[in-house]
Ligand binder design. Structure first.
Ligand code: URA
Length: 212
């Protein structure tokens, strides 16, 4: 667990974002317009991880600002969450040409950025959006089987969700995703309680009153 102050966390995230913007670790830097580091408060309790920037994101340098992003905003609102309170990023920070799937070496090259963002923010809940981010924490699983079901890793809960873009045009999936998102406040409360109980277990026992 990180012991940085809020200001230190903000500064560290901003430094990482600057590094991502000039990153040359994979071929995607040759075709991107802007890299998309992600955005949200450094003390966000919940983090959403999508796949990769699309056309709109590549133009603006911001995550989830196209049609899928609009739907993500709706999903957040339906769960009583606001974009300004959550951290949103992607597994790959630069747009794959033509919105093709990210390649394994691109995901591997980008992984250290995400690892650093997670370490700094230290969120209680991480929501994976779509199969590429899901595969990082639920390898070999199928989204149709495990969507919406949290997995505990330490004090943190990982929740795999369908990608908003997949659900956007399929009414049945839309209903499923809305239903999965509606349970996020409950998972946040559970994860916070887990963290508090771990912190309490780490505390030294209260001092005994001296007998003499
Ligand atoms: N889809 C994603 O996975 N990420 C974005 O930022 C936008 C669309």
């Amino acid at each position: 667990m990180t012991t940085m102050t809020a200001e230190e966390k903000e500064a560290a995230l901003a430094r990482i974002a600057e590094e991502i913007k000039v990153c040359l670790r994979c071929e995607l830097h040759k075709t991107r317009t802007k890299a998309v580091p992600g955005e949200g408060p450094a003390d966000a309790r919940i983090m959403f991880i999508g796949e990769a920037p699309g056309w709109n994101e590549d133009q603006q340098g911001r995550p989830f600002v196209g049609a899928a992003g609009k739907f993500l905003d709706e999903l957040l609102a339906s769960a009583g969450l606001h974009r300004g309170d959550v951290f949103i990023t992607n597994i790959v920070k630069s747009r794959p040409p033509g919105n093709r799937d990210p390649l394994p070496d691109e995901i591997a090259a980008c992984e250290p950025w995400l690892a650093r963002q997670i370490e700094i923010i230290d969120p209680d809940v991480i929501v994976t959006l779509g199969r590429f981010s899901m595969a990082q924490w639920f390898p070999g699983e199928r989204i149709s089987k495990i969507h919406g079901q949290p997995k505990r890793v330490g004090h943190r809960l990982f929740v795999p969700m369908y990608h908003p873009a997949a659900a956007l045009h399929q009414q049945a999936l839309k209903t499923t995703v809305l239903d999965d998102f509606s349970r996020l406040p409950k998972y946040l409360a559970e994860a916070e309680a887990l963290k508090r109980s771990e912190e309490a277990a780490d505390e030294p026992p209260p001092q005994q009153m001296g007998m003499f």
